[in-house]
Design a protein around this ligand. Structure first.
Ligand code: NAP
Length: 243
């Protein structure tokens, strides 16, 4: 059986991706870090719509935790493998560079970039084995493409994730594995709820924030057979804000 692993699947964009993939008939592993109630809600939503899902709680930024959880899952699922990996877990810790606490620099890089490394390295061998194949989608950001003031840590993490996407895509293409990045602009979620939406909307040609389901639909397409020849790409979804 081919599973999807969605990191940061308990809320926001990750939650919508879990629901989207389960609607496509893919069993989903919902990863999250701490919000048990939110994760249970996603699980319940999927199961009550006749989908298949399991919770897989671990901090993507702690190598031992990620490894132990994935080893344990593999042990309990000897005939299954993760064929769809959505590296979505991410955090913001915004401040101007000259005032940025060192911890905020490391925490943001650790979650988005090291988390990608720890989880992808574990999942890749089974995807590559016997050219089973797979799809890896990294949730980057507009900030990683253009840079956003007040977000040097976040922009650096997401730009690095884009570089890693392009490099890895070339490494594993012959093994039938695609690697792409999705770069959202402003999307309605807990991550953006403290932002001045009315002010920011004025900069967006479509005059609104995107919805998590709109990002999830794009991820669904990249996980479908229709996208099998797309790899190493960064696809923006930002209402025309930047391209
Ligand atoms: P969100 O609503 O804040 O949700 C974040 C999710 O990530 C939660 O499920 C959270 O789990 C999980 N998470 C955070 N740190 C984690 C860790 N160390 N290990 C495992 N899970 C962790 O964020 P979002 O807006 O949906 O953003 C999702 C992704 O899209 C992020 O990578 C973000 O950078 C990117 N993005 C968002 C926007 C936007 O406008 N919202 C724009 C561009 C890119 P818990 O529930 O357990 O805390």
């Amino acid at each position: 059986m081919k599973y999807a692993l969605v990191t940061g699947g308990s809320r926001g964009i990750g939650r919508s991706i879990c629901v989207q993939l389960s609607q496509m008939g893919i069993p989903v592993l919902i990863n999250y870090q701490s919000n048990d109630a939110a994760a249970q809600e996603v699980l319940h939503t999927i199961l009550s719509n006749r989908g298949s899902a399991e919770l897989l709680k671990f901090n993507v930024g702690i190598e031992q935790e990620a490894s132990a959880a994935l080893d344990n899952w593999e042990h309990n699922h000897p005939d299954d493998y993760i064929a769809y990996l959505i590296n979505n877990a991410g955090i913001r810790r915004d401040s101007l560079m000259f005032m940025m606490p060192e911890q905020d620099w490391h925490d943001v890089i650790n979650t988005s970039l090291n988390g990608f490394y720890y989880v992808t390295r574990k999942v890749l061998p089974k995807m590559m084995m016997k050219r089973h194949g797979g799809h890896i989608i990294n949730i980057a950001s507009l900030s990683g493409l253009k840079g956003m003031p007040g977000q040097t840590n976040y922009s650096a993490a997401k730009a690095a994730l884009i570089g890693a996407t392009k490099a890895l895509a070339q490494e594993v293409a012959s093994r039938n594995v695609t690697v792409n990045a999705v770069a959202p602009g402003f999307i309605e979620s807990d991550m953006t709820k403290d932002l001045p939406m009315d002010e920011l909307k004025k900069m967006i040609p479509m005059n609104r924030f995107g919805k998590p389901e709109e990002v999830a639909a794009l991820v669904g397409f990249l996980c479908s057979g229709a996208a099998d020849y797309i790899t190493g790409e960064v696809i923006s979804i930002n209402g025309g804000l930047y391209s």
